[in-house]
Ligand binder design. Structure first.
Ligand code: ADP
Ligand code: TRP
Length: 321
C-alpha cells in the first residue's frame, strides 16, 4: 500500500493540521510505503513572498519531523523538487471539466470570503491530483475539507484511464471521523486563515491567551450543561488529554459547578504537556539545519525516481512519446 499526503507551507502549523493530517500520516508510516511532502507549489496561489516561503518550508519540515515523521520509514520531500508533477498537472488539466473545479467547496469558500482568485487557486485540485497520481498512491490521509479534492483526483484518473488505457492507480481518501474537523477558538473549522488557530509551537503566553479566549456561552458556572459535548474547549481537551481527564471535565460540566475558565486552564496545561516532547525535539532539529536539508534531499531523490517512472508511463500512454 502506498500512502501519500502533503501540507502547504503557508503559515504556522496548528492543532487542526496535527490531528487531521499529521498524526494520521505519522501513524500510517508503519502500514505501508509512505510519501509525505511540503506543498510549496501549492503555496504559490496565496503567498507572494519568496523569503517567507523558504522560511515556512523549513519550519514545516522541522515541525513535521519533530512530531514524529521518521525519514527512515517515510519518504519526506519538497514538492517542487519533483518538477515532473507540473507536467502531469498540465496533462490532467486537459481532461478536467471546468464544472468539476467550479464545484469545489474550497474554491467557492475562498471566493465567498472575498479572495480574488487567481488561475492557480482555481486549478489547484488538478495539481493535487497530479501530486497523488504521480506516486501511484492508494491511500491519502487528510482532514475532511480535502475529501472532495481526492474525489476530483479519482474522477480525473478514471477519465485518463478511459481515454488512454489503464495508467493510474485510483486512490482513496483516509479520513478519521474523530478528528475530521478540529474546531478553532471560534467554533469554526480551525484554519490558518480564520485567525482561530492554536499553533502547535506558539509561544507560551500568546497561546495561553488564545486558549483562554475560546468562545463560550454566558451560562453561569453552577448551571448544569447537558450539552457539554458541544463545548469547544472540551472538544479540544479530548484531543490532548487522557480519557480520564476529559471524562472528569465533561462530567463536571454536565453536573454544573465548574466555570469555563477552569476548563480552559486545564486545556492549556494538557495542550502544553502534550506537545512538550515534540517541542524539545524541534529545538534539537533547529540546531541542526544540515540534517533537515539532507532528509529533504534524500527524500527528493527517492520521490523523483518514482515520479519519473510514472510520468514515462503516462507520456507513453497519451502519445507524447
Ligand atoms: P488551513 O485550513 O489551516 O490552511 P490546510 O488547508 O493547509 O489548513 O490543511 C492541511 C491539512 O490539515 C489538510 O489535510 C487538512 O485537511 C488538515 N486540516 C486543516 N485544518 C483542519 C481542521 N481544523 N481539522 C482537521 N483537519 C484539518
Ligand atoms: N491541498 C492540501 C491542503 O491544502 C495539500 C495537498 C497538496 C495535498 N497536494 C496534496 C494533500 C496531495 C494530500 C495529497 O491541505
Amino acid at each position: 500500500m502506498r500512502i501519500l499526503s502533503g501540507i502547504q507551507p503557508s503559515g504556522a502549523l496548528h492543532v487542526g493540521n496535527y490531528f487531521g493530517m499529521m498524526k494520521p500520516s505519522i501513524e500510517l508510516q508503519d502500514e505501508g510505503d509512505a510519501y509525505y511532502f511540503i506543498a510549496d507549489y501549492h503555496s504559490m496561489t496565496s503567498l507572494f513572498d519568496a523569503e517567507q516561503r523558504r522560511r515556512n518550508t523549513r519550519e514545516v519540515a522541522v515541525d513535521f519531523l519533530a512530531c514524529g515523521l521518521d525519514p527512515e520509514k517515510s519518504v519526506f520531500f519538497k514538492q517542487s523538487d519533483v518538477p515532473e508533477v507540473t507536467e502531469l498537472a498540465w496533462i490532467l488539466s486537459s481532461l478536467t471539466p471546468m464544472g468539476l473545479l467550479e464545484r469545489c467547496h474550497s474554491f467557492k469558500d475562498k471566493k465567498a470570503k472575498g479572495v480574488s482568485p487567481n488561475h492557480g487557486l482555481f486549478a489547484y485540485p488538478v495539481l493535487m491530483a497530479a501530486d497523488i497520481l504521480i506516486y501511484d498512491s492508494n491511500v491519502v490521509p487528510v482532514g475532511r475539507d480535502q475529501k472532495q479534492h481526492v474525489e476530483v483526483t479519482r474522477d480525473i484518473a478514471l477519465k485518463f484511464n478511459q481515454a488512454y488505457g489503464e495508467t493510474f492507480v485510483i486512490p482513496e481518501p483516509r479520513i478519521r471521523d474523530d478528528v475530521a474537523v478540529v474546531p478553532g477558538t471560534d467554533g469554526q473549522k480551525m484554519s490558518k486563515s480564520y485567525n482561530n488557530a492554536i499553533e502547535l509551537f506558539g509561544e507560551q503566553k500568546p497561546t495561553r491567551k488564545k486558549i483562554m479566549g475560546i468562545v463560550t456561552d454566558s451560562r453561569p458556572p453552577e448551571e448544569p450543561k447537558p450539552d457539554a459535548d458541544q463545548n469547544i474547549a472540551l472538544q479540544l481537551l479530548k484531543l490532548v488529554s487522557t480519557k480520564e481527564v476529559s471524562r472528569d471535565y465533561e462530567e463536571r460540566l454536565i453536573r454544573g459547578g465548574m466555570g469555563y475558565g477552569d476548563l480552559k486552564k486545564k486545556l492549556f496545561e494538557c495542550y502544553w504537556d502534550f506537545f512538550s516532547p515534540a517541542r524539545k525535539r524541534r529545538e534539537e532539529l533547529n540546531a541542526d539545519p544540515a540534517y533537515v536539508d539532507q532528509v529533504l534531499e534524500q527524500g527528493a531523490l527517492k520521490a523523483r525516481d518514482l515520479a519519473v517512472k510514472v510520468i514515462t508511463r503516462v507520456r507513453q500512454a497519451c502519445g507524447l512519446s
